[in-house]
Design a binder for this molecule. Structure first.
Ligand SMILES: Cc1ncc(COP(=O)(O)O)c(C=O)c1O
Length: 511
């Protein structure tokens, strides 16, 4: 059937031309898009599907968007720390998306590396082939990882990396003939991903809540969160001795030889907003784990690849993990990539030939693991980080960002704490600085901050629930390491205004 005839017969039904009757809420770009779809469908040649109704279309089209009920601009291009939309508006990307774009947007050399590999081959199965870019990348990245003699298992993102780490832990203890080591301890106020195992590890209550009936396999101890230390509802402690004692108590409660792993972010990112533990915490925790035969799993998904001003978060304390997860900055947003990393000891224990098939080996796998294109991209990202001294840039610019923020917002009555390491910086907002009381969740303070910032062309990352699992508002900044000083100043200027406007608005509403 010719496309034109097809479009006349089925087009309006298929693509839900509600825009003509939706009260004129559509933007110019949305109208343009719907116009294009009327002619040819979203992917060119449409197919007949009698079950697609015109009344059930989503507000902006057929995509189940991440943001419901809102209208998203169409991204058109991006470079450095700037994103342009289809209407020509610019956005200063102070969050690198979700703290991902460490090397900056629009890197031609990464696109070239991707293309070079893709022209040779894009996919071979991980059980059938290895590839030159993958072998080269694993060799090159190994020397930077806070893991001794590392073996690298590449996957497609942070959640997959965490799931893989959990299975590495289990496989290690099975190989050591300790099948009763099933307990895993994580921390409140953490985020490890949204797949079910990773979510169960996460101590991020707003994300857990809808799925709680399916969760509960893993235990949680307090966050190392000095700002809210001692607040019961925050599940937070700030004193190293207390934190260590609590972990020891959790291990004792699980029973001798029952705990398999302790999993934590070296510096907490998304849930609490760039919270570093007190010095002394990580060495002491690592000692407890080693003494009890518990594997230390470092979730470096957000903190890895220079984000905190060192190659990895654990490097701030010289602590080596047994198992590690990375993602985000590993490929900088140019490819969906995560890494599960096993220490030489963990790898050798699991893969000892004598044990294969009898409790040993690694029963795991994903269709898209060990991607040659992902490895080629990550290899070029790594080269850029090394040759452009971007880890040092993150450290220096992070200090500058903290200084600017403290100058602009340090005295604001609704700013509780400004903190962070390198270019992972958090601003915790409160209703009352003296008591640290936060605004009620229903006031939607952080949404107002984001809205005002976005209206002025600034993109931020945010968190909620840090104070007690429901209430609490944090802004998280994680710009590309190539951000200029003028751009840092602009970030702080717009954020300052956004906080002032939002806090005034919300305070007035609350009376
Ligand atoms: C520390 C940490 N772990 C795991 C994840 C999950 O990564 P992904 O969203 O790539 O699955 C995130 C994502 O924000 C994270 O910050």
């Amino acid at each position: 059937m010719p496309v034109v005839t097809w479009a006349r017969r089925f087009g309006p039904k298929l693509f839900g031309h509600r825009s003509h009757g939706d009260g004129g809420a559509g933007t110019a770009s949305r109208r343009r898009r719907l116009g294009r779809e009327a002619a040819s469908g979203p992917f060119g040649r449409p197919e007949y599907n009698p079950h697609v109704s015109s009344t059930k279309a989503t507000q902006t089209g057929r995509v189940f968007q991440r943001v419901l009920g809102g209208e998203l601009p169409f991204a058109a291009r991006a470079e450095g720390a700037t994103i342009w939309d289809a209407d020509g508006r610019t956005y200063l990307d102070a969050a690198g998306g979700a703290i991902v774009v460490n090397v900056g947007h629009g890197r031609q050399s990464i696109v070239d590396a991707m293309e070079r590999q893709a022209r040779k081959f894009t996919y071979v199965h991980g059980t059938t082939f290895t590839s030159e870019p993958l072998e080269a990348y694993a060799r090159a990245v190994g020397r930077h990882l806070p893991v001794d003699d590392p073996a690298i298992y590449p996957v497609s993102g942070g959640s997959e990396a965490i799931e893989s780490c959990l299975k590495l832990v289990r496989s290690y203890h099975l190989a050591r003939r300790e099948p009763d080591r099933t307990a895993v301890i994580a921390r409140w106020g953490s985020y490890h991903g949204n797949s079910m195992g990773a979510l169960d590890l996460s101590g991020r209550e707003p994300l857990r809540r809808p799925y709680e009936p399916w969760l509960g396999r893993f235990g949680h101890v307090s966050a190392a969160y000095p700002y809210r230390a001692g607040e019961t509802a925050a599940h937070a402690l700030g004193d190293v001795d207390l934190l260590v004692a609590e972990l020891e108590a959790a291990i004792a409660k699980a029973g001798p030889g029952r705990v398999a792993a302790f999993v934590a972010e070296p510096i907490v990112g998304a849930t609490l907003g760039a919270v570093a533990p007190p010095d002394g915490y990580w060495p002491a925790i690592a000692e407890v784990c080693r003494r009890h035969g518990i594997l230390l799993v470092a979730d470096e998904v957000m903190t890895g690849f220079g984000r905190t001003g060192r190659w990895f978060g654990m490097d701030h304390w010289g602590v080596r993990a047994d198992v590690m997860a990375a993602a985000k900055g590993a490929a900088g947003g140019y490819f969906p990539l995560g890494l599960a990393v096993a220490s030489g000891n963990v790898y050798e224990t699991i893969t000892r030939p004598a044990l294969r098939g009898e409790g040993g080996g690694f029963v795991h796998g994903f269709t898209y693991s060990h991607s040659p294109v992902g490895a080629a991209v990550a290899g070029e990202v790594l080269r850029i980080l090394e040759t452009e001294n971007l880890i040092e840039a993150s450290a220096v610019k992070g200090e500058r960002l903290l200084e600017l923020l403290r100058g602009r917002l340090g005295g604001h009555p609704n700013v509780g704490e400004i903190r962070g390491r390198g270019l992972l910086v958090g601003v915790e907002l409160v209703a009352d600085r003296a008591t640290r009381r936060s605004f009620p969740r229903s006031a939607h303070l952080i949404e107002a901050v984001m809205r005002h910032a976005r209206a002025a062309g600034l993109l931020l990352y945010h968190g909620t629930g840090n104070a007690d699992g429901t209430n609490g508002d944090t802004v998280l900044l994680g710009p590309p390491f190539v951000i200029t000083d003028a751009e840092l100043q602009r970030v702080v200027e717009i954020l300052g205004e956004a906080v002032e406007l939002a806090a005034a608005e919300v305070s007035a509403k609350l009376g």
